[in-house]
Design a protein around this ligand. Structure first.
Ligand code: NDP
Ligand code: MG
Length: 386
């Protein structure tokens, strides 16, 4: 059996490390040929020693480190792009967070490499452009985000026209039962404690505001070419059903597994086949009940803003994503309060002038505009509090 040659972008992060754990279980089936990190050179060095990739890249150009002679080192965002283009891989796992992953994603598609995509910000930012690139190149995009992986698996052998509705499930995050008043005083430490998933900081805060589910509505809209009016969110506290689809005949299909990212990652790495593993399987007798609740759009206004953006598509989604990234950063740095995230986001969105079919230059300039606007509101808010 030929081994699958894999590049992991963001190998030092939560998804990156889980991907390497999956690879460790079958070193014959998978071969790591490229790894990239943001700034964690210590962990990257240990990964180089263990997996002996042909090339690595570090985003932070100031971080210096050495690697054995068999490993080529690239630097900066352009270096990550170069690595993707120059290495002969079968699959690129995209596990970096944030919007600047757009270029490595496009480079992977253009160099005809299949993609296992965890990053959702890029799809939200530039969904139509990515879809056009995918159509032109014909490569496979296998989602890793657990909800999108669930939908992908449910409709894999179906006709897209037969799809009636998508049910995106959500744990509800750590504050689902909090009152609106209590949400005002949430600290970054509280928000970073997610009840079910152990993830990077950005997505953990997005889960607490429920923006994560909002971004996933937009992600599903682009990935599965579904109108947002047919994408419903269900709070499902047991986190066993990872999402469901309803077909035109009323039949519903769901994908279930233990709540751990190793399942969708294992699926994406093995695609198009299924393989055995030793992961803990679902024990239905132990679970007993599966519950479903309505999402609360008033308590979590980010959901409302995301749906509104999904209905408009275009640069509203770009602005939603970029401003949210800046607001999350500011909340983590204790510059703004938890509920300032939706409040300031709404302000930025209200000043934005929509381009329905933006080109890449328009997307990038709108991304910069939204970040500047968000920072302006953050600074204003900060001064008011002093
Ligand atoms: P982490 O923050 O844990 O990891 C991010 C990775 O990206 C790290 O390797 C980091 O490097 C690298 N990185 C950070 N900034 C840059 C940059 N500017 N340029 C290049 N590389 C950079 O995030 P997660 O693993 O939690 O999430 C990754 C993506 O997957 C996100 O888009 C998230 O929404 C999505 N996702 C995550 C899930 C999860 O369970 N974690 C579930 C579903 C989707 P370093 O650490 O060296 O700085
Ligand atoms: Mg998810």
């Amino acid at each position: 059996m030929k081994s699958k040659k894999i590049i992991i972008l963001g190998s030092t992060g939560s998804i990156g490390q889980t991907t390497l754990n999956v690879v460790r279980q079958d070193r014959k089936r998978f071969r790591i040929i490229g790894l990239t990190a943001g700034s964690n050179t210590e962990l990257l060095k240990r990964q180089i020693e263990e997996f002996r990739p042909k090339a690595v890249a570090i985003f932070d150009e100031k971080k210096l480190f050495s690697a054995p002679s068999h490993t080529r080192i690239f630097r900066g965002l352009s270096g990550i792009n170069e690595l993707v283009k120059s290495q002969d891989a079968d699959l690129v796992v995209i596990a970096t967070s944030g919007a600047n992953t757009l270029f490595p994603l496009i480079s992977s598609i253009r160099s005809k490499k299949d993609i296992a995509l965890a990053n959702k910000e890029t799809i939200v930012m530039a969904g139509d452009i990515i879809n056009d690139e995918l159509t032109k190149s014909g490569v496979n995009l296998i989602p890793i985000d657990s909800e999108q992986s669930a939908i992908f698996q449910c409709i894999r052998n179906e006709d897209n026209n037969d799809l009636n509705k998508i049910y995106l499930t959500a744990s509800g995050g750590p504050f689902y039962n909090y009152s609106k008043d209590k949400l005002e005083n949430i600290t970054p430490d509280q928000a970073l404690r997610h009840p079910c998933w152990n993830m990077g900081k950005k997505i953990t805060i997005d889960s607490a505001t429920m923006m994560n589910k909002g971004l996933e509505v937009i992600e599903a809209m682009y990935l599965f070419k579904m109108h947002p009016k047919n994408i419903n969110i269900l709070i499902h506290p047991e986190v066993i059903i990872h999402s469901m689809v309803e077909f035109v005949d009323g039949i519903v299909m769901a994908q279930l597994s233990q709540p751990h990212m190793k399942f969708p990652i294992f699926y994406a790495l093995n695609f198009p086949s299924r393989t055995k593993n030793r992961f803990k399987k679902v024990d239905f007798i132990k679970i007993k009940n599966l519950n479903f609740l309505k999402p609360d759009f008033n308590k979590f206004p980010c959901l409302k803003l995301a749906y509104k953006a999904a209905f408009s598509r275009g640069t509203v989604c770009t602005v939603l994503n970029a401003a949210n990234e800046e607001l999350v950063k500011a909340f983590l740095a204790r510059k703004i309060k938890f509920m300032d995230i939706p409040k300031l986001l709404e302000k930025v969105l209200s000043r934005h002038r929509q381009i329905t079919k933006p080109n890449i230059i328009e997307i990038l300039s709108m991304d910069t505009w939204a970040r500047d606007e968000a920072v302006r509101y953050i600074n204003k808010q900060n001064t008011l509090r002093l």
